[in-house]
Structures are given as C-alpha cells and as structure tokens.
Design a protein around this ligand. Structure first.
Ligand code: FAD
Length: 473
C-alpha cells in the first residue's frame, strides 16, 4: 500500500520529499509477501463472498462484485502503464493468467451458483464467464476436483480472465523505483510515536537503525498493515476512537509435487463453512512465485492475538481503550459462531486439514503437502451505536485536518491497492486533488469512468491491459 502511494505521489508531485519506514529488515515481509497471502487478483470472478445469495431466490445483487472488479481494473491499468514506463519489470515477474473458478456441491449451492452466473454473464467486466454442471466440462477446467468424486449435484463457473499476482514482487519493484527517484527507504526502523505540532505537522519517533533521527512530516500515511490501529491510536486522532482490530491467522497447505502441479491450472474458490468468516472460503490455487509453480489449499483460520505475523501477542490486549471496550465485547458476543469456528480451526490436526483437502480433490495422493503459516489478517471492528461491528473490507481512517491517514482491514486487499491509495490521496489533498487528474489519467487511462457501464470501453481496456501484461484477454 505504501509503495503504491509513494509512486502515486511521485508521479503527481515529483517535487515531494517522501520517506518510507519499515520495521523489518526488508520490505514486503508481512502480508504483501507472496507466501503470506493467496496471490489472487481479486476481481470477484470466483469469490462467492463478494456476491452473497439473495434472500428470496431471485438473482443475487451483482453491485459489490462489479465494484470490486472495477477496482481491480484500476490496479491492472496502473500496473500495465508502469510496465510501459519501466517502473515495473516484465509482467511475468509479478502477474500471470490463472483462470478463476467457483466450485460448489449440493442442490442449494448449485442453484445459487446458477443464479450468480445468470446475474454476471452479461456484465461487460465478466465477459467469458462459463457455467457447467457437466463432469466432462468441469474436468477440462480442473480435473483434480472432479476425479473420483461421487455423482451428486455439483457445478462450476470458469473464466479465463483470472490472475495470480505476486504482490511481494510488485512491492519490491515499486520500492526500487522509488529509491531511484530519491525516496529514502529506512528499513529496520520502527515508528513508535507520533506527535502533532500546533502547525499540524507531525514528529515521528523512531526505534532501530535510525533511532534518534528527527523526522518532521507534513503528511503521514500509516500503511502499517495490522499495526495501523496501534499507530493511529498513538497519534491520538479522534477519528480512530472506538475502532478495534479482530486478528485472524491463516495457514495453507502447499505442494510443489510436479504431477499435481501439472494437473491443476486455476484458482478454485468454494463455499465457506457455516460460521466461517468470508475470507476463509476454501480454495485450491495455482501459485507462481519466483517463476516456480506450486499448489496452495486453504486457508485454515485461527485465533491469534498478534496484529502482524511478526507482531506481539500483546497487540490485542494493548489495543483496548475505554472507547473500544464496548465494540470489542459486542463483536465477541455477536460473532460467537465465528469465535467458535476459529477455535475449532485451531484445534484441527494436520490430518483433519488434509481431510478437508481430500474432500476438495477426492482421488489425489496427499503425500508431500506441507502446512505453513501465512499472514495475519487484521479485520476492522468499527464502532456503531451501542457497540461495534465486524467488517471484512478495508477502511481509510483520516484526520479532519488531512494531515494523517491510515488503512485498516484486509479484504479485497492488495488487489485494490491503487483505488484505496487514490482515496488516501484525495483525503490528503482535497483541494489540490483535481490538479492531479491529468497525471492520473496517464497512469489509469479509464480514470473517472465506470468500465462496466461502457461495454466498448470495458472490452478495449481489458484487451489493452491484457496485451501489456501478457495475460489472456
Ligand atoms: C492469509 C492472507 C491471504 C490474503 N490473500 C489475498 C489475496 O489473495 N489477494 C489480495 O489482493 N489480498 C490478499 N490478502 C490481503 C493482502 O495481503 C493485504 O491487504 C496487503 O498485503 C496489505 O498491504 P499493506 O501494505 O497494507 O500491509 P503489509 O504488507 O502488512 O505491510 C505493512 C508493513 O508495515 C510495517 N510496519 C508495521 N508497523 C510499523 C511501524 N510501526 N514502523 C515501521 N514499519 C511498520 C510492517 O513490517 C509491514 O512490512 C491476504 C492477506 C492474508 C493475511
């Protein structure tokens, strides 16, 4: 997020002096690291949680799915333009076509998927979406999920337009460019305190390699992932009052077995278990990291009080303030089924986790699948009248004086980083923002327009970004 914002700032205000702080020895070691996230280019092509079923059996509402796809197209265009400008390296170092599929079983979910397909198939941004209940067809798309499966009702959708993205590689490449543009990147340097002077500028206190250095800043973006809450609380801005963070850890099973890898080329998302958080839908993914292909299955969620993978077990207790006790308590009470689900996930043995995989790919040999810990998701607890609510999206929190902003939450995450950082730019520079538009239009050719509302533009944009990023159109 911070790397993306840095590029947006340097492309719109080349004269701006930007400093980036990273507490770890290098950038992209937390959630943006390729092994800490699933690398899905979230465009709502396959994820059911972005388009829940209707209550009355009518077509489900496609508006959220379309909005997420629109945001992903902003990222795609930005990355494509940055490839042309030489900011990002050749596209295969960070993005590639991996078809997106949804696979469901049982009459109820088959009916839902069919209606989801009906609602999306004519939307310009979902062009090419296919639906099937036929074993042979699904087997062509993803043989592993139907081989050995008992006959019964199941269905799948498939779209060639899906992507696998290495957000760590994007981060590294953007930061290299920022360094070359004179941005100071201070690694092994933690921001511990923020103090606002009367003139509204900020003083940052640092720990680590650059401790003792005086940093004064006009604008501060808190792109600290799970620790954003902690830093915004340290800044004492009233806008953060009442907010909390609900941490959910994630584990995946991974195999590099060439036989299995060769047989599966898709990201197959399914339906979440009862009580499971929306980001815990099981999926079997092709992942390409550093040119090497693996398969990933998960995530298996769990309760862990850390807000970052390399955070502290005190993160959760130390985030409690008088203003957020009620939101924390009410979320724990209202989401008891979620808490119960997370505890049950922690208690699952590796054998039980492999059994979940077996349910997904019934006839495959499960030798060589290893369980590993991915990143930590920090979901937003938002204060509402009389308590709090658990949100599964992202939220930009900014001070009224536009001097500081931070990002809470995790989903759809890195896929929509460009749209979210444009929101931050707007919050930082409400009066100047319109003057950035010419530069932004060069980076995002469809800037200001809705692609899904203009089929010709959608087609043209999808085709041109696909060409530059070497993706299937
Ligand atoms: C299990 C899992 C699966 C996911 N899958 C996907 C997916 O498939 N697709 C997708 O688009 N998104 C996915 N996401 C979400 C995505 O990974 C995140 O939204 C995105 O990486 C967040 O980027 P960020 O820059 O905000 O945070 P991060 O990448 O976590 O970076 C924050 C950085 O701030 C540093 N930092 C923190 N505090 C301080 C401090 N005080 N001083 C200095 N530095 C500090 C940290 O060390 C870290 O490097 C997933 C996340 C998880 C956990």
């Amino acid at each position: 997020m911070s790397a993306t914002l840095g590029v947006l700032i340097k492309k719109t205000m080349p004269e701006a002096r930007v400093i980036l702080f990273e507490r770890l020895p290098d950038v992209a070691l937390e959630s943006s690291n390729p092994w800490n996230n699933a690398g899905t280019g979230h465009a709502a092509l396959c994820e059911l949680n972005y388009m829940p079923d209707s209550k009355d059996g009518s077509l489900p509402d496609a508006s959220k799915a379309i909005a997420i796809n629109e945001q992903f197209q902003v990222s795609r265009q930005f990355w494509a333009e940055l490839v042309k400008l030489g900011v990002l390296q050749s596209p295969e170092t960070f993005i590639r076509t991996v078809p997106h599929m949804t696979f469901v079983t049982g009459a109820k979910d088959v009916d839902y998927l069919k209606r989801r397909f009906a609602a999306l198939k004519d939307q310009p941004l979902f062009a090419g979406l296919a639906y099937s209940e036929d074993k042979k067809t699904i087997s062509k798309w993803a043989p592993l999920i139907v081989e050995g499966r008992n006959s019964g009702s199941y269905a799948a959708t498939f779209i060639d337009q899906g992507t696998d993205v290495d957000y760590g590689a994007i981060t590294q490449q953007l930061i290299s460019w920022l360094r070359a543009e004179g941005v100071e990147v201070l690694t092994a340097t933690e921001v511990t305190r923020l103090y606002q002077y009367q003139d509204k500028t900020w003083r940052l206190t640092l720990k680590g390699k650059h401790s003792g250095r005086l940093i004064k800043a006009e604008k501060v973006f808190v792109g600290a992932g799970g620790w954003a809450l902690k830093l915004l609380q340290a800044a004492r801005i009233p806008e953060i009052k009442g907010y909390g963070t609900f941490p959910v850890s994630g584990h995946f099973l991974r195999t590099d077995n060439p036989v299995l890898v060769a047989k599966h080329h898709a990201k197959v998302y399914s339906q979440a278990a009862v009580g499971a958080p929306p980001m815990s839908v099981p999926h079997l993914d092709t992942r390409v990291v550093d040119g090497k292909t693996s398969l990933l299955f998960g995530p298996f969620a769990g309760l862990n009080p850390k807000f970052l993978k390399s955070g502290s077990i005190l993160d959760l207790p130390l985030s409690v303030r008088p203003a957020n006790i009620l939101p924390y308590l009410s979320v724990a009470i209202k989401n008891f089924s979620l808490v119960r689900y997370l505890i049950s996930e922690i208690l699952k043995s590796k054998k039980q986790k492999l059994q979940s995989l077996k349910d997904f790919i019934p006839s495959s040999d499960l030798q060589g699948w290893e369980l590993y810990e991915a990143g930590q998701r920090a979901q937003v607890i938002k204060p509402v009248k009389g308590g709090g609510t658990l949100q599964f999206g992202t939220e930009v929190i900014s001070a009224k004086d536009s001097s500081i902003a931070g990002l809470l939450g995790a989903s759809p995450g890195a896929s929509v980083s460009v749209s979210v950082m444009l929101d931050v730019m707007q919050k930082f520079y409400p009066e100047r923002f319109s003057s950035f538009e010419p530069a932004l239009k060069k980076l995002i050719p469809s800037y200001g327009k809705k692609l899904n509302a203009d089929p010709a533009l959608a087609k043209k944009t999808l085709a041109s970004t696909a060409k530059t990023l070497k993706l299937k159109a």
